[in-house]
Design a protein around this ligand. Structure first.
Ligand code: MG
Length: 369
């Protein structure tokens, strides 16, 4: 079986249900993403979505020019060979952004699983058939908005809620965390992700407050590459520190983070950290050190469901992350993600196991490169 065709669609989608002020930079105006399709000489075809930052056409052209010639003619089952040859090629001349290779690795896995007649997670090797889900907030306008949203998530049956706070004022961010704890009560699982907001001193102060409020984990309070300060923070606090979702070159860059406990739990996802192969390498590496790899959202549901397959194929991940409220992100798949009462159920059909919404993809396509 050989890869005979690679199509990269550059896509843009105006946010209808999505709050345009939701991103911290405030200049968010539309989702930009890639829809990447890989076909084989045996008539198989798979499509996934790729991240594209703020320029689908920019990212699409760069990635297609680099990875189409790299992929054509390969057997999609020879993923490990492609992985290592890409690592070398990327060091020598490619230097793609962290989100470049993920969709291409994912597509090789989907085609292989399809050819084997297995759902992806069974083809990888399943650990479970369903995964608990947490709602992961956007940046909201006021502290009390988080409390309202957390209550909604709890009422919908989600198993936990994570706050992304604005990061402009430490006291205001803490107030949001306090109000959420008050609203949902002492037993509901809560996490905090300030997304690289603090210096070390502030991060210690904030973390101690989270400990007093009974938060379950504390994610990326400092930039992922602030290795020394993060290690210090992990030693200082009781609450588990979580990070590494934006470090390039998983799993190699993560080895030191795990071995010297830069953080307590690592992160990986199919979009930013090398597709299914990258996630599995990082998750298995972490497992051998007794560490969890909390799989990070891949934002777009056609990639998110690949994350779900990965979640079901590892033991050391507590939750499936779902950006919330879900309606702002519910596009790209024909049917909603298979979540019932806060539990995501794995599809039983071969490959991805669900259908893409091609009418929507066609509407969003601005260029095919
Ligand atoms: Mg995060």
């Amino acid at each position: 079986m050989k890869i005979s065709e690679v199509e990269v669609r550059c896509c843009r989608r105006l946010p209808d249900a999505f709050d345009a002020g939701a991103f911290r930079t405030g200049d968010f105006s539309a989702f930009q993403f890639l829809a990447v399709t890989m076909k084989t000489d045996e008539g198989l075809s798979a499509t996934t979505f790729g991240f594209a930052g703020r320029s689908a056409e920019g990212a699409g052209k760069l990635i297609a020019d680099t990875l189409r010639p790299f992929m054509l003619g390969r057997d999609p089952r020879d993923r490990e060979r492609a992985w290592h040859e890409f690592r070398t090629a990327d060091r020598w001349w490619g230097h793609l952004p962290i989100y470049g290779y993920g969709p291409f690795d994912t597509l090789q896995w989907l085609l292989s699983a399809e050819a084997a007649g297995q759902p992806l997670y069974k083809y990888i090797g399943a650990y479970r058939d369903d995964v608990p889900v947490y709602g992961s907030s956007m940046i909201l306008a006021k502290p009390e908005d988080y409390a309202k949203e957390a209550l909604r998530a709890k009422a919908e049956g989600l198993k936990a809620y994570k706050l992304h706070t604005p990061g402009k004022d430490l006291e205001e961010d803490l107030e949001a965390h306090r109000l959420v704890r008050e609203a949902v009560g002492p037993d509901f699982t809560l996490m905090s992700d300030p997304v690289s907001t603090f210096n070390l001193e502030q991060a210690i102060r904030f973390g101690r407050a989270l400990e007093a409020l009974g938060y379950y984990w504390y994610e990326e309070p400092l930039y992922d590459e602030d290795v020394h300060a993060l290690r210090e923070l992990t030693r200082t606090l009781e609450i588990p520190l979580v990070g590494t979702e934006v470090l390039a070159k998983h799993p190699y860059s993560i080895a030191e983070c795990i071995a010297t406990r830069v953080v307590d739990r690592v992160r990986a996802d199919v979009s930013w950290t090398g597709g299914v192969t990258g996630v599995m390498k990082t998750a298995r590496l972490a497992e051998a050190f007794g560490v969890n790899c909390e799989i990070h959202t891949s934002i777009f549901h056609p990639a998110e469901i690949v994350n779900l397959h990965c979640c079901a194929a590892v033991k050391n991940c507590d939750f499936f992350e779902l950006l919330y409220p879900v309606e702002g992100f519910a596009f790209g798949l024909k049917d909603p993600l298979p979540i019932e009462n806060g539990v995501a159920k794995l599809p039983s059909r071969a490959g991805l196991g669900v259908d893409l919404d091609w009418d929507d993809i066609d509407r969003c396509t601005v260029a095919i490169v």
